[in-house]
Every structure is written in C-alpha cells, then in structure tokens.
Design a protein around this ligand. Structure first.
Ligand code: GLU
Length: 474
C-alpha cells in the first residue's frame, strides 16, 4: 500500500504553529514511507474563509519547506462531487431528508438538557412515513448505525471506543444543498485515497462519525493519529496572548524554518536526549506512535536556543538566503556590501535571530546615520583624536586589506603608545560601526573594506574635532 497523508487546513487565519506541527507530522510520515503528501484547503465555510488566509497558508508551507506532492485542492471546487455522493446516499437509503424546524430542534434540545441528557437529534424524520410538510427545504441527514460501537485505533491515543448510541444522525447537507464539514472530509479522504489522517485531536470526536460514513460508502477508513494541542506557558491553549503563533511571524522575528520545525518535532516527542535534528534525521527517526498523547507546552526560550544553534552551525548559503530577506526588509540591497557568507561567519556566534543579525549588519551596507549615544559618550573622547588620526594613516598604508595585517597595524600602534588594544579598538569600532559591539575589529574592518573604513574614519575625525571644540569651552 502506498502511503498518502494530507494536511487539510481551513483558511480562516494564518498558518499557526499548531497547524504547522500537524503539517510537519503528516509530511514526515509521507516522506519516511516513500508516500505522498497532499494539501487540501477546506474552504467550504464561505463566511470565514478568505483568499488572504489561503495565501498565508501556502506562504507558510513554502517557507517551512513542507512541499506537497499533490494539491492544493480546494473543497469549494468539489461541490458537484459532494452533491453526487449525497444523492447516492439518499438513493441507497443511507441518508434521508429531514424537515424538522429550528423551533422543534430547539425545544428538543431544551428538553434533553433539562433531563440532563446529551442533546442529540431524535431521528424523527428517519422514521417519517408521511408526506413531507409543504414549503420546507429539508436538510439531509446521514443514517448513523443505531447500535454497536466504533473503534478508533489511534496511532497516538491508542484504542478509543465510541458507542453509536452516543452519536446522532449528522446533517451532511444544509437546506441550501451545501455540504457540511464532516461530510466533505469523508468524501475527500476517500477520493484522495488517504491512508493516514494526522490532525489535531480536537477532531477525535468527529472520527467515529467519519468512519461510519466511510463504511456506508464502502470505503476502508484510513489510520488516524490525533495530535495533541499546544499549550502556552500558563497551561491554556496557545494563542496570541503567548506571543507569536503565526508561522510567518517567526520568519519576521528572525527564525530559520528548520529551527521551528526542529522545535515542533521535539514538542511532545523525544529521541534519547538528542535535541538538534536535521530534516533527514527527522524523517529517519521521528515516529508518530511515540508522540505523547497529552498536550505539550510551548517554550519560546528553547525555540530561541535552537535557532541560535542553527545560525551557528547551518549551511552558509542557506542562511545567506534567509538573511538576505531580512536585510531586504530593512531596505538594504545585500549586493552593496560584503558577501553575506562572510558577514554570517563574522556574526553567527553573537546573534540569536536573523533579525538581530541583519540589524547588527546594516553598517556594512549603509552609511552611518550617527553614533550610538552611549557608545559615543564612552569612547569618543577628544583626547584620542591624535592617536586616531595616526591610526587612520597607518590603516591607509596596510599593504593588503586582510584581518591579520589590519590586526598587526592596530596592535603596533597601540604598543607604540603604550595603550591596551581596547583603548584603540573601541573608539575605532564606534567610528566605523556606530556601535559599541561588533565582530572582532580586524574582521569588521576587513569586511567593511578599506575605502569605507577610511571614509568613516575621516568623518569620525571631523566629528571628534567638532566635539573637541565643544568640550574645550566647558
Ligand atoms: N479543516 C480542519 C481544520 O483546519 C482539519 C480537518 C481534518 O484534518 O480532518 O481544523
């Protein structure tokens, strides 16, 4: 049997981390077993579904690298097929028209609640022998089996048994003929030959109904795995209150997609004490049967830590691709300065996110707009003017603009003046980067290039002269 899994989001918002985790598990399962991963957009709720959400989901999937083999299929394109199956079920006596009015259903519900019973349809129209009431557009209900039970052998939750006596006759078509959610899922899972349904465990209670409908259609139900939800640090369901939940927000915040995937795969699953998994290792080692059945708590610090690991050790070209996006967000054209790979080499030990790395690398690409106030107050003293002037001349004579020679030149000058290196390197750093912190000064200058460095030193010396004039009067 060839494995076919699907991710079936409803486009009613962005792709959130819970959805991404479900998508990841389905994708991994298909990849591990040489199967196919299908993307299906469940957009039948016309009021809540939007084109922006569809785009956000597609964009999120692309950014995460969860490529799908088939789709995206849109349920709204399949209404004819749903109607056909509704007709088939009616014809075969497996579904029936229901004419019960809203008032009747409401009072039925109120009575059941008063008797402390679970509200459910009582099957009146299932047994209705008389003429249908005139002028009423009926809904269509599925004839759920009356007795027996449905066993779900869930890959995560184990065996879960539901009694048919607990289930009522589900509406599969509304009075306007539009199909309902549980029914479209069934038709699609059947038509798309889905073998493994991996989805959020908020759908576990829908599963026995779906299995009954599949059976009525003569289709073998897929294997189910219901993934527990993700909680925030306070134990409530993960939501905006807990910070970023949209996958694309993580991109904005400077996360690498594989760090987020790695974090999500480890959430509620472990493999010894291994923390960092390449995509290949995830495919190889992840086993959905070992995912905990209880909800997992989202830990942003751990995600940040993982992101840092990926930034420190990841492939330079790959990181460059993502860093370039971040620089673009800051209005910077990366071709206007040093090779991104060199910048990453210099910055990767000190950045937890790419947003941070981009912000700290702007000075390589764009003229300074001034100096950080605190850094200037601390390091740009008029009495260092003379030695900085000398440093400028020494640097202009460095034969080859490489870190070792730059370092040598700064070092020599510091020694000649009996200064420790920092006394020279710090003001120099502020003058060329605008800030107090940057990669090692020799690397920073090498990356910046001689011309830019000297130009900034000239500007800096001018600034210092001005500052000197200002302070001399005080
Ligand atoms: N469309 C459903 C949702 O977004 C998923 C249904 C399913 O996976 O069966 O929650």
């Amino acid at each position: 049997m060839s494995i076919r899994t699907r991710f079936a989001p409803s486009p009613t918002g962005y792709l959130h981390v819970g959805g991404a985790r479900t998508a990841l598990f389905s994708w991994l399962y298909a990849r591990k077993h040489g199967g196919k991963f299908i993307l299906r957009i469940e957009d039948t709720d016309l009021e809540r579904s939007t084109a922006e959400s569809v785009n956000a989901i597609l964009e999120g999937m692309t950014w995460l690298g969860l490529e799908y083999d088939e789709g995206p299929f849109f349920q709204t394109h399949r209404f004819d097929r749903y109607k056909e199956i509704i007709q088939q079920l009616l014809r075969e006596g497996k579904a029936y028209h229901c004419y019960c009015s809203r008032e009747r259903l409401d009072s039925l519900r109120a009575e059941q609640l008063a008797r402390k019973e679970k509200p459910r349809y009582d099957g009146r129209c299932r047994h209705w022998g008389a003429e249908p009431p005139p002028g009423v557009a009926p809904v269509v209900r599925f004839k759920n089996p009356l007795d027996g039970g449905v066993v779900v052998e869930d890959m995560i939750h184990g065996r879960v048994v539901f009694q048919n006596s607990e289930l009522d006759d589900l509406i599969i078509a509304r009075s306007d003929g539009s199909p309902t959610y549980n029914f479209t899922v069934v038709v699609d899972d059947m038509d798309m030959h889905i073998t493994h349904v991996i989805r959020g465990d908020d759908h576990l209670n829908n599963t026995p109904r779906q299995i009954n409908m599949l059976a009525a259609l003569g289709s073998v139900p897929p294997v189910y795995a219901h993934v527990p939800m993700i909680l925030g640090h306070d134990g409530s369901r993960l939501s905006k209150r807990h910070g970023a939940v949209s996958v694309m927000q993580y991109r904005e915040d400077g996360y690498l997609p594989e760090a987020l995937l790695n974090y999500l795969v480890r959430l509620g699953w472990s493999h010894g004490d291994k923390e960092v998994f390449s995509i290949e290792e995830m495919i190889d080692l992840f086993d959905i049967q070992n995912v905990h059945s209880s909800a997992a708590a989202f830990n942003p610090e751990k995600l940040l830590w993982l992101n840092q690991q990926y930034i420190k050790t990841g492939d330079l070209d790959h990181i460059a691709h993502h860093l370039s996006w971040h620089l673009g967000q800051l209005g910077i054209d990366p071709s206007s300065g040093p090779d991104l790979r060199d910048v990453i080499r210099a910055q990767r030990e000190r950045a937890k996110t790419l947003a941070e790395m981009a912000a700290n690398s702007v000075f390589f690409y764009r003229d300074l707009e001034g100096y950080d106030d605190k850094a200037a107050a601390k390091h740009l003293k008029p009495d260092s003017l003379a030695v900085l002037q000398e440093l400028r001349d020494v640097l202009s004579r460095v034969t080859e603009w490489v870190p070792a020679l730059i370092h040598g030149a700064i070092h020599q000058l510091a020694e000649a003046h009996g200064l420790n290196l920092g006394k020279l390197a710090q003001p120099l750093r502020v003058l060329v980067t605008g800030k107090e912190v940057s990669p090692p000064i020799d690397q920073t200058l090498a990356l910046l290039g001689r011309e830019r460095t000297l130009r900034r030193l000239d500007d800096g010396l001018r600034y210092l002269r001005g500052a000197g004039a200002g302070t001399s009067t005080s």
